[in-house]
Structure formats: C-alpha cells, structure tokens
Ligand binder design. Structure first.
Ligand code: UDP
Length: 456
C-alpha cells in the first residue's frame, strides 16, 4: 500500500480460530472498498493470515495490509491437538502480541490508530481502545442468541445452580430471548470453567456494552424479536450487516477457494434438489463410529451425496465405501461450499452447525440435518430446528445409521419435509430482500458502520 491515507487508520484484530477471521476480513474488504482513503491494518497470526490472504490475494483492496502477531505457542512446544490449548496459548499472549504489532504499524505508516475493530471474543479491545482514545467496534460472528448467552451469563449460572440442576432439558424461559434454548444447548464456556477462553468469554457481557457499536454477522429480519426487543437495548448501536462469508448483492465479497476438486461439475450431472451435501467444518468431526454410521446410511438409501471430509478422516470410512458408492457419491477434502449450497442439485445439508455453514445454507434455502459438535453449535441447531423450522437435529444428538435414515426421510420425503423446504425458501427470500439495494436493512446498517469509521 503506497498511498498515505487521508481518513484514518483502522486496526483490525482477528481471532484466528475456527472460521472467525474470514468473515471479519470480508467485512474489512467491503469497508476498504467503500472507504478507499482509509488505511486498514489487519492483525492476525501468520497461520491464519497466510490462509486468508493467499486464498484471496487478488480480491484484497490495497488499503488493507496484513500484520503478523504471535500465536503464543512457545518454541519447541508440541500442541496436543485439543483446539482449546491453542486458543488458551494465544489468549495468554494477548493483548501484548497485538500491541507490539500495532506499534510497528503506526511507526511504519506514521499514522496513529483512529479506530479499533476486533472480533467480539477479543474483550481486551475495550481497554485497548480506551487507552488509544478511539472507538471500539467488536464484530460478533456467531448467532445473536449466543451473544445473549454471554450477556446473561451471570443470570444463566444462577438459574442453572438454583432451578435447573435437575434437568439439562429445562428451557431457559427466564432468560430474555433464550426461552426455546435448553441448559444442554449452552456453550461449555457459559457455565463456570477453568480455561482462559472461558474466563475471556465470561467478560463479554460486561465489556461489549461499552463499545461504540457491535457489528453482527446476521440479518435482523431473521430474529427480530431477540434483536429489537432485547439485544438492541444493551449496546449503543447494534448493526446487522448481513452474512459475511457470502457474496450476496450488493456488497462485493471474496470468492470461495476455487473448485479444484470438481464439485460443481459433478453436481451439474445430478438431479435437482436430491443431493446431500455433508461437511462438519474446519475444526472438529464426529467420532469414527458416527462417520461409519453416516456412510452406511448413505449406502443403504442410495442417496446421492457430496462429502467434504478432510483427508485425515477419510481412512475412518468403511472399507470400500467410496468405491462402492462412486456412481452416486463423491468424497473431497475441500468443497467451494458457498457455491455448492447454491447449486440446484442440493436437497439437504448435513452440518455441524458452525454459524457460517448454517448462514450459507439459510441464504440458499437448503434445509439441514444437524449434528452439533461443540461450543455454540447446539444453540444454532436449536434455532434451525425449533425457531426457523428449517431442519432437524439427529436423534440423540449423535449420528446413528437409523437416525440418519430417519432424518433424510423427514426432510426429503414426507409432509414435514415439504413444510421445512417451504420455510427454507421463505428464509432465503427474507435474506435476499435484506441484502438488496436500495432498501435492504443490512446495507443501511453497513452504511452506518462506514460513517462511524469515517468519522473516527
Ligand atoms: N468450508 C468450505 N469448504 C469446505 C468446508 C468448509 O468452503 O469443504 C467453509 C464454509 O463455507 C464456511 C467455513 O468453511 O464458511 C466453516 O465455517 P463454520 O463457521 O461453519 O465452521 P467452523 O469451521 O468454524 O467450525
């Protein structure tokens, strides 16, 4: 980036785990295109930055520059593979790792920071912005109901300790906006825990209300009661700028990785609305027994399927499964998911309920079979099944052969499935309207965000 900015220098602080950093970078790309005289310095670990910036190089406006912060893993330390370990090491190194690089960026550009935009999990942004004397704008990536769970953590803990002890299935009816949620749906971090991550998230309710504005990776029309009647009153501004991993008009977005695995051309040969797309995201996976059960179910019902399964899990599939089903199925290590879900052949998405995956399914009108894995997935699955009515959670919460077959029948065959498909189409239309010019709500809220940043 050669030109000197005329209008501000925004420091963007990413949370480099799961799929948090990509939607934040997408938002920053939109902002940077709209505010071409503003400088955006994007602070993230090298592992996460390399993935994001290499993948999207040609699409990144030149007023965004990546900076590399320490991941906090001591030299020579071998990670156990438990994702929480890496998160805790990173949080232990923060915010010093960010501060060092911000100072470098300021020295390099001779431009002081004028605004701090961070992932909503990075609660230290509040104090950091205060010390810099600039606005703080946290971006909340998961569903709004999970923000409520963090805002009301104290109330929830009190409820669980006093009223909810007997039943994990008890609804959280006394917690604003969470009346359909069960205690068992809550992210592990909402209940008392020992990890640094858990401690960090327990501060969300205290610090996010002190921000200048909270940006939501969401359309307010999809949960107006919660957003308008409750969450909105908690923050100076709550800006629902739309789903940030999707290229919905009119905002330009980064493309998915190219279709190196030939998914789209394979889908072109399938019949409409029948293919099951399967992916459990980029972090976790169900157990081996569950993967086997899912494979056996697919084989028994002969369902056409496209399965994005990382190579290290492929060996866990039943012997000969891929070969036996290759006339109606395809297993790939990576799929261009946003395009796959938009393909007319897709009839159902078997998902872990990561928020981005669910948003991509909602935006494309695809009903879901949910196998939530951890964290906010169970709350998201509850939204999908009970609030939006666009999917089913697998029986017992784990994949069994009979449970998968039953879920397929419920979605693809009977009257119940017809209703779900109709509701999925309606949600797609709602999202389409909210995303479109000139009256789309997401566009208006994006412009408000742009004003805040430009005036800072
Ligand atoms: N994804 C993809 N291709 C794949 C698997 C995943 O493009 O084969 C993308 C998907 O579109 C989504 C993200 O990876 O944007 C997964 O994010 P999500 O929040 O659903 O789950 P996480 O990976 O954070 O558990």
């Amino acid at each position: 980036m050669s030109k000197i900015s005329q209008k501000g220098h925004i420091a963007v602080l990413a949370f480099p785990f799961g799929c948090h950093a990509k939607p934040v970078l997408n938002l920053v790309c939109k902002l940077a295109k709209a505010a071409s005289n503003t400088r955006f310095s994007f602070f993230n670990t090298s592992k996460s930055n390399d993935l994001l910036f290499l993948e999207s190089e040609s699409e990144i406006p030149d007023n965004i520059k990546p900076y590399y912060v320490s991941d906090g893993v001591p030299i020579g330390h071998v990670l156990t593979g438990n994702p929480l370990e890496a998160v805790d090491l990173f949080l232990k190194a923060a915010p010093e790792n960010f501060k060092t690089e911000i100072e470098n960026a300021v020295a390099e550009t001779s431009e002081r920071i004028t605004c701090l935009l961070t992932d909503g999990f990075l609660v230290f942004g509040c104090e950091m912005a205060e010390n810099l004397g600039v606005p703080w704008i946290p971006v909340w990536i998961p569903l709004p109901c999970t923000l409520s769970a963090h805002i009301y953590t104290d109330l929830i803990r009190h409820f669980c300790a006093n009223d909810g002890v007997d039943s994990q299935d008890k609804t959280l009816e006394v917690i604003p906006g969470l009346s359909t949620m069960r205690i068992s749906d809550l992210p592990e971090e909402v209940l008392p825990g020992k990890s640094l991550f858990s401690h960090t998230l327990s501060r969300i309710g205290q610090v996010l209300p002190q921000s200048t504005a909270v940006v939501m990776n969401f359309y307010r029309e999809l949960n107006p009661t919660l957003l308008e009647n409750d969450l909105k009153s908690k923050f100076p501004k709550l800006l629902n700028v739309g789903f940030l991993t999707l290229s919905l008009p009119p905002l330009p977005l980064l493309p998915s990785k190219s279709d190196g695995t030939g998914c789209l051309s394979w889908l072109d040969q399938q019949r409409a609305s029948l293919v099951a797309y399967i992916s459990f995201g980029t972090v976790g996976a169900p157990s081996r027994n569950e993967l086997v059960a899912l494979a056996e179910a697919l084989e028994e019902i002969g369902a056409p399927y496209l399965w994005s399964l990382r190579d290290n899990f492929k060996d866990l599939l039943p012997y000969g499964f891929v070969e036996r089903t290759n006339n109606h199925g395809k297993v790939v290590p990576w799929a261009p998911q946003t395009q796959v879900l938009g393909h007319s052949s897709i009839g159902v998405f078997v998902t872990h309920c990561g928020c981005n995956s669910v948003y991509e399914s909602v935006a494309n009108g695809v009903p879901m079979i949910c196998r939530p894995l951890f964290g906010d997935h169970r709350m998201t699955a509850r939204m999908v099944e009970e609030v939006w009515g666009v999917g089913v959670k697998v029986e017992g919460g784990v994949l069994t052969k009979s449970g998968v077959i039953n879920s397929f029948e419920r979605i693809l065959e009977n009257e119940e499935g017809k209703k779900m498909r109709e509701k999925a189409r309606t949600l797609k239309e709602i999202v389409g309207e909210a995303a479109h010019e000139p009256s789309g709500s997401a566009l208006k809220e994006f412009k408000t965000l742009l004003d805040i940043i430009s005036l800072s």
